[in-house]
Ligand binder design. Structure first.
Ligand code: ATP
Ligand code: MG
Length: 259
């Protein structure tokens, strides 16, 4: 059965999409059948994998409206073992309509349950909000992965996210767990980055990932080439970090030994 991980932080621009795309890429490369779900109307994960949104017939918008199954939406990417459920900007409107549906909290969970056996990992990229889309992702997930940018105000809003997670656990998904906190855009030369990482370790203890993701220009360039950084420049510092990070995720989710 698939391990479902939602990548969430309501703070914008902290590296959620970058982490979702590159984690999914390396899990696929490590022979795990992986599905990346783009559940953010911005569609950065979709375009980051080089998919032209104009050409798509069905997207996550259709899932949110309850009008399609994931098997109709999922497309294969050119990367090994990596499938994508793309999104379109209409997902923002669909979210409003979704709020009127009886199954408004479980649209995504129902869609995932129908295809779960086909994948080892399902990674959900969430929008920068604690909206209905994010709640759907939390209800569908086994784990929440929290990327935190190693900048001032990094931990602002994290308490609120954990509170939402607690409510979801209580009301809809008791098995939801925090997979861990990954420090992104880490710059080991600045004391601020180090301080924030220390703070993360102090607060989250074992849940802080050992691997930090460095600020690296190749990571930032890769999406404009429609590629994960590991494909764009396999030897960059960013690629090596995401590869190592994926191994840590495999270990924490108990799947490393399987391959
Ligand atoms: P949003 O909240 O808008 O969905 P996000 O949390 O998904 O944003 P990203 O889109 O992944 O964040 O990253 C924000 C910006 O930072 C992007 O321009 C991305 O290319 C850049 N970025 C992310 N990680 C790194 C990194 N390790 N090194 C350099 N640039 C990075
Ligand atoms: Mg994003």
């Amino acid at each position: 059965m698939a391990t479902v991980i939602c990548v969430s932080n309501q703070k914008g621009g902290v590296g959620k999409t970058t982490t979702a795309v590159n984690l999914a890429y390396y899990l696929g490369k490590d022979k795990f059948r992986t599905l990346l779900i783009d559940f953010d109307p911005q569609g950065n994960a979709t375009s980051g994998l080089g998919v032209d949104k104009e050409t798509l017939k069905k997207t996550m918008t259709d899932i949110a409206m309850g009008e399609a199954g994931l098997d109709e939406v999922v497309i294969e990417t050119k990367y090994k073992n990596l499938s994508l459920a793309p999104t379109s900007t209409d997902l923002a409107n669909a979210e409003v309509e979704m709020a009127g549906l009886k199954q408004k909290f479980v649209c995504l969970k129902q869609a995932i349950m129908a295809v779960e056996e086909k994948y080892d990992y399902i990674i959900i990229d969430c929008p920068p909000s604690l909206s209905l889309l994010t709640v759907n992702a939390m209800i569908a997930a086994d784990y929440l992965l929290l990327p935190v940018q190693t900048e001032f105000y990094a931990l602002e809003g994290v308490a609120q996210l954990l509170e939402t997670m607690k409510l979801v656990k209580k009301a809809g998904n008791p098995s939801l767990r925090l997979l861990g906190v990954v420090a992104t855009m880490y710059d080991k030369r600045t004391s601020l980055s180090q301080q924030v990482f220390e703070e993360i370790k102090k607060y989250f203890k074992d849940l802080a990932f050992n691997t930090t993701i460095p600020r690296n220009v190749r990571v930032a360039e890769a999406p404009s080439h429609g590629a994960p950084v590991g494909s764009y420049d396999a030897f960059s510092r960013g690629s090596r970090a995401y590869k190592e990070f994926a191994r840590e995720v495999e270990e924490r989710t108990g799947k490393k030994e399987q391959k």
